[in-house]
Design a protein around this ligand. Structure first.
Ligand SMILES: *Cc1c(COP(=O)(O)O)cnc(C)c1O
Length: 452
């Protein structure tokens, strides 16, 4: 099979294979990798997915991208291993549904992408018989999703740096109770200090003997798995060829980008609602055609979406024929009319987010946490503005309500049930190192642990 190639959205570095895109993450010209050709899936093939399990659907959809790199058997194994949890599709009212992507080991939708990327990279490293060290800095959710994604994957070691004062107890425990190939380091500083240490290590020639990778959120391996659930939900909730509307709470725009790729592949998408919190740079762009990042980003209760310059937006612009660089400067305008036909954007601030949590519960007994509530309110905004579409509408819930017990308790006076993945976390024993903000100490640690 001839291989699909991946180009950089900055168009200043050569095309690479899937394996190279997976192992390097970002292109040398600081662009993001995109597939040269987007495979197609027909209406009958989508309808055929309706009685398949989630991991089987993943095999079909991802197979269209990765079978030039992984064998069919290997892909089967990776999908079965990555997707061993439920993907509930909850009926709310009329033709409105909520898709809950919160049943993975860290109770956030990031598990879908991180687990698959971890397994694909692990599989490549096995072929190469080398060890890859994943270095990452986290202010909460990303670190635990990455740590869980690579936990016990052969030939991979993970080191997560975190600022102890900025990470909640639960978030910390999700990383520090794993052990095995996962090391966690509390850095006596802020998230930015952790980030700076990691960046310096990547650029340090003295660490050449250690193969470092960041496995960050822009890796193509994070994007492809986020195409799958849009097909999964559509095949189950809409008749063959029937259009659907999705509403996606968005921060770094990776999740909604998965939906756009699904549409290019053949998903009958009528409208994609992109709902942001008060970080409304993209809704403003959709209205005015002018892009201005928000610095510093605005602090909202949907904290995983506090992004003032979403890196994946460069991919969205690219898909509509434009060019935006990593700084957010638009060098070639995308086709805004075509974007507006498919996308509808809205911004939901904290007051409206809280109101949405309250009204979803009182009207429908629908339990949402802040991120999913932004998506749900986004769907309601759309219906109020454009009228109710006569088709299936699916709002995406990206985290488990039990991750936000204080907010839910104060708004609804109930305590959300803890999902099995978070059960018992309190009693597990933690292990982590402590370190001052000092690069030489950090470097010594890396060399001691992973150097040859
Ligand atoms: C990361 C995250 C988002 C935002 O997803 P993007 O792909 O960055 O747009 C939404 N909700 C939760 C819970 C997240 O962790």
């Amino acid at each position: 099979m001839s291989g699909n190639m991946y180009y950089s959205t900055n168009h200043a570095s050569p095309d690479v294979s899937l394996s190279e895109a997976l192992l390097t993450g970002q292109a040398p010209d600081k662009g993001l990798y995109m597939p040269r050709s987007i495979p197609r899936i027909g209406p009958e093939e989508i309808a055929d997915l309706s009685d398949k399990t989630y991991s089987e659907v993943a095999r079909v959809i991802l197979g269209k991208y990765v079978l030039d790199t992984f064998s069919e058997d290997e892909l089967n194994r990776l999908c079965e291993d990555a997707y061993d949890y439920e993907v509930p599709l909850e009926h709310v009212a009329g033709r409105r549904y909520v898709m809950r992507l919160d049943r993975g080991p860290t109770a956030s939708f990031k598990d879908f992408a991180a687990r698959m990327m971890g397994r694909m990279i692990g599989s490549l490293m096995q072929l190469e018989e080398r060890t890859l060290v994943i270095l990452t800095a986290t202010s909460g959710d990303t670190g635990s999703a990455i740590a869980h994604a690579f936990f016990r994957i052969p030939n991979i070691k993970v080191m997560v740096l975190f600022p102890p004062d900025e990470v909640s107890n639960r978030q910390r425990k999700q990383m520090t109770t794993l052990g095995d190939n996962v090391s966690t380091v509390a850095v006596d500083g802020k998230f930015d200090d952790c980030q700076a240490l990691v960046k310096r290590a990547f650029a340090d020639p003295d660490l050449k003997s250690v193969r470092l990778s960041s496995a960050n959120s822009i890796n193509i391996g994070r994007l492809l798995p986020q195409i799958v659930y849009y097909f999964y939900a559509t095949s189950r909730l809409a008749g063959p060829g029937e259009p659907v509307v999705f509403s996606v709470p968005s921060g770094n725009f990776g999740d909604m980008m998965g939906c756009l790729l699904a549409q290019r592949m053949g998903l009958p998408l009528r409208k994609l609602i992109i709902a942001t919190n008060a970080n409304n740079e993209v809704p403003v762009f959709m209205t005015t055609g002018r892009y201005e990042k928000i610095v510093p980003s605005r602090v909202c209760i949907s904290n995983a979406m506090n992004v003032g310059h979403p890196s994946n937006f460069a991919r969205v612009i690219d898909l509509f024929g434009g060019h935006m660089d990593e700084q957010g400067i638009i060098h070639r305008k995308p086709d805004l009319d075509r974007m507006r036909k498919l996308l509808w954007a809205t911004s939901v601030d904290d007051d409206r987010t809280r109101e949405a949590i309250r009204s979803a519960w009182t009207r429908y007994r629908l339990l949402l946490e802040p991120h999913g509530a932004v998506g749900w309110r986004g769907l309601e905004d759309y219906i109020e503005s454009e009228g109710e579409p006569k088709c299936t509408m699916i709002s995406v819930e990206t985290a488990h309500p039990a991750k936000f017990p204080e907010e839910i308790q104060s708004l609804l006076s109930i305590t959300p049930d803890i999902p099995p993945s978070m059960d018992g976390l309190e009693d597990k024993s933690e292990e982590y190192l402590r370190m001052p903000v000092d690069y030489e100490t950090f470097k010594k640690l890396i060399l001691e642990r992973y150097g040859r």
